[in-house]
Design a protein around this ligand. Structure first.
Ligand SMILES: [Zn+2]
Length: 195
């Protein structure tokens, strides 16, 4: 198998603009949900689908040859520790380029592991265990969660203020209760209405 096998951009006649149109038609993505890999948070996409009336998990679409060419769900998942926005910026830019994005929903969850340490504790432990100072690598506010309203307001602003976020995207912040599996909206930052 050639190393080029399965690379769209190496297919005969490839052109990016028509490829984008084809992707938009094949994959009806509308809502990107950013959430934590904690297994107790695994039902978050389903809860967001109910809240936003989206299709989830949906079905894979195959062509006449059996190749997987699309899907019917309109939820895209970006899984980051703590559901923190800082790790999702690149994905929002790329997903919007290829598929189009209407909503970004940041979800933090109760009893998250990121509420169980402090940034200073992490920096000090890393220094002792690895012999390296990584204080310049990550802003403390992006590492640990001390208060959910504060972390959600911060993360919605991180998405909204990023130069790679298209202006027409709506951004939301929700807290997910892992015991009741319910979502509570904390922040709603709708895109400005275009005249
Ligand atoms: Zn978590």
């Amino acid at each position: 198998m050639s190393s080029e096998h399965g690379i769209y951009a190496k297919l005969p006649g490839f052109a990016e603009a028509p490829m984008r149109v084809a992707f938009h038609q094949a994959i009806p993505l509308k809502t990107v949900v950013v959430y934590c890999p904690d297994p107790r948070a695994s039902e978050i996409p389903a809860a967001v689908a109910r809240e936003f009336d989206q299709v989830w998990p949906g079905e894979v679409v195959r062509d006449e040859t059996g190749a997987k060419v699309g899907f019917t769900n309109n939820i895209g998942q970006v899984i980051t520790v703590g559901g923190r926005a800082i790790d999702a910026l690149r994905s929002v830019t790329v997903l919007n380029h290829m598929l189009g994005v209407e909503n970004v929903v940041i979800v933090h969850h109760t009893f998250c592991g990121t509420t169980a340490f402090t940034p200073d504790g992490l920096f000090e432990a890393f220094d002792q265990e690895e012999g390296a100072d990584i204080r310049h690598l990550h802003a403390p506010v992006d590492l640990a969660i001390e208060d959910f309203e504060q972390s959600l307001r911060h993360d919605v602003a991180v998405i909204r203020d990023a130069p790679g976020t298209p202006k027409q995207i709506n951004v939301f912040g929700y807290i997910y209760d892992i015991d009741t599996e319910t979502l509570t909206k904390v922040v709603e930052d709708l895109a400005p209405v275009t005249p």
